[in-house]
Structures are given as structure tokens and as C-alpha cells.
Design a protein around this ligand. Structure first.
Ligand SMILES: [Zn+2]
Length: 273
């Protein structure tokens, strides 16, 4: 469980946090200057409002990465395009000092940890991946979508058909697949990360227990949904160590059913259709 937000240092705004407040104002329509990346139907009515806290010294590179690649703000903007909520969900990016990214139902706030950037980078680097930027950004987007799903379920007061954790993974898959070919690559990278985590846990003799499905199971489900969304494009996933053939056979039907259930559950909040 999360231990709750820590008090944040100094009241004075640094130049860095001022810059982000300007970006935030643009996101919420409060700034005169345009901000092309958040244009569209969400510009006036965000479902998720992002705030970046000043990072700990050890997280400065991660913060710079998020400024350059923008996976968090892009994911938040994508949620706004799909969903409208009575109250926007606050999302704070911060140095978490040991806690993981999470949604806190008491404060109704999403926390995304700078540390996740370096953790994902280490994971891919240890697996020998050379160019990790896109994969790291993909993991961050997937995390934002996953935690947003918890917030949306809470905000709508709906019950999910299955486990809420699985619903959150499925929502993340839906959001990524809505991005077309780039989103397909991102979902593949996020599933790769779970596979690598599962392998690392096996090597370390035991998985840390948490409320999510085991990492290998999450990876297979994500690969299944990716494959099921367009089997012709993802035949290479059907391998014993990625997506076993027996599971792959049902993935087109499984993804169609999962997507329908997701959209039905999200119905009250959907902007379209
Ligand atoms: Zn979760």
C-alpha cells in the first residue's frame, strides 16, 4: 500500500515548476499561448490534469526524459479525448522514494513516480536492448493508462466485470491500441517489460506479491490482446515464450469481448459513440 504523500519542500516556485504550471495552464485552456500537443476536444475539459513536482536529485534525468518524450502528458491528453468526467483526476508526477506509481482512492489522486523511468530503462538495458527510449516511454504511458482506469472506475462508481486490476490492464491496452501502429509498438514494449520482470523474478527466486496478476500472466494477456486486435500483423508473437499457440487461437474473440465490455463499463463517461 502507499504510505501517503510526503510533504513537499519549499513553497517558492522554482523556474522548473513555473514552466510546468504554464504547461498546465495551456492544458486547461488558461493560457493565451497555444499548445499544439493538447489541442482537440480535451483542451477545455481535461479528464486528467497533470502536475510535475520537482524531482529529487537522483530523478533529474528521469524528469528530463519525461519533458522531452512527454509520455505522461500524451497519455493524459488521450484519456481526455476518449472520456469526460465530472471532476478531472489529478495526476502528480513525483519522486516516490520507494513507493510505486499508484491511484489513491482516498485522495482520488494518481501518483506516477520518476523512478519508474530508470527502473524501466534498467530492465530493458539488462535484457540487451540498445535503444530504450521508446520502450521506456511506452511503459510510462501504459502505467498512466492503468492507474487512470482505477480512477475512472472510482469516479463512475461502476463495477468491473472481472478483477479491477485486469480491467485496468485491459483499459491500458485499449488506450494504446487506439493510437494505431505506434500504440501497437507501445503495448508490445509494455508486455515485453512484464515478461522481463517475470524472468527477473524467477531468477531472484520468487515474485514479490502484490494485487496485480503475476507479470507473466499480464504479459501473455497483453500479447493476446495485441495479437487479437490484428492477428495478421502480429503473427510473430505466437511463440511458446511469448504467446503460446493454444492461447493465441482465442485472442481475436477474447479481445473483441474485452473491448466491448470495457466500452460498456465506460459508457457513462465516453465522449463518442
Ligand atoms: Zn492497478
Amino acid at each position: 500500500m502507499r504510505t501517503g504523500a510526503r510533504a513537499q519542500g519549499g513553497a517558492a516556485l522554482t523556474a522548473w515548476s513555473r514552466a510546468w504550471l504554464v504547461a498546465l495552464a495551456a492544458l486547461t485552456g488558461g493560457a493565451a499561448c497555444g499548445n499544439a500537443e493538447v489541442s482537440g476536444p480535451g483542451a477545455q475539459d481535461p479528464a486528467v490534469v497533470v502536475r510535475f513536482e520537482e524531482p529529487a536529485r537522483s530523478d533529474r534525468a528521469a524528469a528530463a526524459f519525461l519533458r522531452e518524450h512527454e509520455p505522461v502528458t500524451q497519455a493524459a491528453a488521450a484519456v481526455t479525448v476518449l472520456l469526460t468526467l465530472d471532476r478531472p483526476v489529478p495526476l502528480v508526477v513525483r519522486s516516490c522514494d520507494g513507493d510505486g506509481s499508484s491511484y489513491d482512492p482516498e485522495s482520488r489522486r494518481i501518483d506516477i513516480c520518476y523512478e519508474e523511468v530508470s527502473e524501466a530503462r534498467d530492465l530493458f538495458a539488462r535484457a540487451g536492448r540498445q535503444d530504450t527510449d521508446d520502450a521506456v516511454a511506452a511503459v510510462l504511458q501504459e502505467t498512466v493508462f492503468h492507474e487512470t482506469a482505477h480512477a475512472v472506475v472510482d469516479a463512475l462508481g461502476v463495477r468491473t466485470a472481472g478483477r479491477e486490476e485486469d480491467f485496468a490492464d485491459q483499459f491500458a491496452a485499449l488506450m494504446l491500441l487506439r493510437q494505431g501502429a505506434a500504440g501497437e509498438r507501445r503495448l508490445r514494449a509494455a508486455a515485453d517489460a512484464w515478461n522481463l520482470l517475470a524472468a527477473a523474478a524467477e531468477n531472484a527466486d520468487g515474485d514479490a506479491e502484490d494485487e496485480h496478476s503475476p507479470d507473466r500472466e499480464r504479459a501473455v494477456s497483453a500479447f493476446c490482446h495485441l495479437y487479437g486486435s490484428a492477428p495478421g500483423r502480429h503473427q510473430d508473437l505466437v511463440r511458446p515464450d511469448v504467446l503460446p499457440l493454444a492461447r493465441a487461437r482465442g485472442c481475436a474473440e477474447e479481445w473483441a469481448a474485452v473491448r466491448d465490455t470495457l466500452l460498456e463499463t465506460l459508457g457513462p463517461a465516453l465522449r463518442e459513440g
